[in-house]
Design a protein around this ligand. Structure first.
Ligand code: PEP
Length: 254
């Protein structure tokens, strides 16, 4: 069976002003026309930069994603952004259930699932984040936590075309810490088995599972080589084109 097309997605979080668009332009110059790269590349900037980024990246293969969306398409929700608005601004994907949103905004699996469904409604790919805390790992609960988050957050309408899973151990995000390669492999294998059980063999095998948590140019090659790791969700190292390129270029035919 053919492997899913890898995806390397950069999550800029609450970082970036219009001046940061030069980083995206620099990345596009490196990526476009470089047919050795075998991965899809995405940038998820703050919502204020989606439209200007779409303008700057016109004609580029770099995809654009939002970092969150409201469950509704419109309404009295001051400060929130609908999936339809992200799509209208130029996004083709949305991250839902990032651990920072689960922690800072109390997002439950039910909310995350509704947000993923909102992404589908707007014809966006929903990138659903799951992952254990440091305490849960220390207690040996990692696989249970991941199973519970996956079963609660994954909509019934999920397919390999409209959904990407991002496994992000909370304790590895922004800390410089990463699980051992064996531990990453174990969790990704577990997620793959759960997806196969839920979606059937073909769809379960085709859905992309990204690893996220302190991915850097120096550790990307070994992390991306792990079975069932189909790309990366990258925070800090996606802000500079040179660092992000160091991760993307792991997926090079030459
Ligand atoms: C993230 O926020 O999704 C992330 C993985 O961050 P970092 O790469 O900085 O750990």
């Amino acid at each position: 069976m053919s492997q899913p097309l890898p995806l390397v997605a950069g999550n800029w979080k609450m970082n970036g002003l219009r001046a940061s668009l030069t980083e995206a332009e620099a990345l596009a110059r490196q990526l476009d026309g470089n047919d050795a790269i075998t991965a899809q590349v995405m940038i998820c900037p703050p919502a204020t930069l989606i439209a200007p980024l779409a303008a700057v990246l016109e004609g580029s293969s770099i995809l654009i994603g939002g970092q969150d969306c409201h469950v509704n398409a419109s309404g009295a929700h001051t400060g929130d952004i609908a999936a339809e608005m992200l799509a209208d601004a130029g996004a083709s994907a949305v991250i839902v259930g990032h651990s920072e949103r689960r922690a800072d905004h109390g997002e439950t699996n039910d909310v995350v699932r509704a947000k993923a469904e909102a992404g589908y409604r707007a014809e966006l790919i929903s990138i659903i984040c799951i992952g254990e805390t440091e305490r849960e790992r220390a207690q040996g609960d990692t696989l249970n936590v991941v199973s519970e988050q996956l079963s609660g957050s994954l909509p019934g309408a999920a397919t390999s075309g409209n959904t990407v899973i991002a496994y992000e151990p909370v304790w590895a995000i922004g800390t410089g810490l990463t699980p051992t390669l064996d531990d990453v492999g174990e969790v990704h294998q577990h997620i793959r088995a759960e997806l196969t059980r839920r979606l059937g063999g073909d769809e379960g095998a085709a859905m992309r599972i990204l690893y996220g948590g302190s991915v850097k140019p120096g550790n990307a090659a070994e992390l991306m080589a792990i079975k069932n790791v189909n790309g990366a969700l990258v925070g800090g190292a996606s802000l500079k084109a040179s660092d992000f390129w160091g991760i993307i270029s792991v997926y090079s035919e030459r």
